[in-house]
Ligand binder design. Structure first.
Ligand SMILES: Cc1ncc(COP(=O)(O)O)c(C=O)c1O
Length: 305
């Protein structure tokens, strides 16, 4: 259970955490007809700021559009609702979860006439894959579950039902004793983690799979590419094979929840020397600096609460 906070914004008003409830027959609960976001608010030197709020809200609206869900607010209004939810809960640093789902109405598979319910919840959330993985690196396994593909579901959408694929991979990895799963796409090429994008470092060049590899277009992925290029690294979007993971110098995950988490072992093979790599460290230090220092260059990424 997430750490309880005061209020959840629900369909236009703030309700107490314990009162934010729905009926058991809501469409979203039965068929996964929902879209959501994961956003972080950081305590910066200039006060709390939401990281890349506009980009996250844009993706939220795009996900909703793909699934014919009406969100009755403008982009700017919804950004303000998110900031207000952080303020009302008096948090300096938190994870933010906007969710839109199909509510009570017909039970057929076309929920067009069901109402769309919208909520925003916030709570403190530390290292998603655990402190140890964040500091010393995660151990991963290649999942036996193939990543769903663009031909089956719209991978640009962050939709609730699509996460059943990630849930199976995550449970499998944990039962096998690993921190996290790496999923391959339907071509057998590297796609992403269950809730993270993936990067590989080989001979000082940074590689990451392209959108065609059935990945979610990650906001952190984009941020890390920009940070890396600003630090002088060459970043190449390219399809990667499983062998390229095994033989890489460094591998790491990126994501709002996972931030930058190093991967030090894949299916019992050490990545590089099995320690957190220098490039990963450099990128992570810069990422952690950028989200808290609010310097000129990256101010565009921070929406002050
Ligand atoms: C499947 C998947 N891939 C990648 C990501 C990383 O995306 P972002 O950096 O926008 O959080 C996420 C998290 O939202 C995810 O769920």
């Amino acid at each position: 259970m997430p750490e309880k906070t005061k209020k959840i914004w629900m369909n236009g008003k703030f309700v107490d955490w314990d009162e934010a409830k729905v009926h058991v027959l809501v469409h979203g609960l039965h068929y996964g007809s929902g879209v959501f976001e994961g956003i972080r608010c950081y305590k910066t030197v200039k006060g709390p700021a939401v990281f890349r709020l506009r980009e996250h809200v844009k993706r939220f609206f795009s996900s909703a559009k793909i699934y014919f869900m009406e969100i009755p607010y403008s982009l700017d209004e919804f950004m303000e609702i998110i900031k207000e939810t952080v303020r009302v809960n008096e948090l300096e640093e938190c994870y933010i979860r906007p969710l839109a789902f199909k509510g009570l109405g017909g039970m057929s598979l076309d929920p067009s006439s069901n109402p769309t319910e919208v909520i925003v919840a916030v709570w403190p959330w530390g290292a998603y894959l655990g402190e140890e993985a964040f500091e010393k690196g995660a151990t991963c396994t290649i999942s036996s579950w193939v990543r769903i593909s663009n031909a089956m579901l719209p991978m640009e959408a962050k939709a609730s039902g699509q996460y059943l694929n990630s849930i199976l991979a995550s449970m499998e990895a944990h039962r096998r004793g690993f921190t996290e799963a790496i999923m391959l796409d339907s071509r057998g090429l590297v796609s992403e983690g269950t809730g993270e994008n993936i990067f590989v470092v080989a001979n000082e060049v940074i590689y990451t799979p392209p959108l065609e590899a059935s990945i979610l277009h990650g906001v952190t992925r984009d941020s890390v590419i920009e940070i890396a290029e600003n630090l002088g690294f060459n970043v190449v979007e390219k399809n990667l094979t499983r062998s390229e993971l095994f033989t890489a110098d460094e591998v790491f995950f990126t994501g709002t929840a996972a931030e930058i988490t190093p991967i030090v072992e894949i299916d019992h093979r050490k990545v590089g020397n099995g320690k957190v790599g220098e490039v990963t460290k450099k990128l992570r230090n810069e990422f952690l600096r950028v989200i808290r220092e609010a310097d000129e260059k990256y101010r565009k990424w921070l929406a002050f609460v």
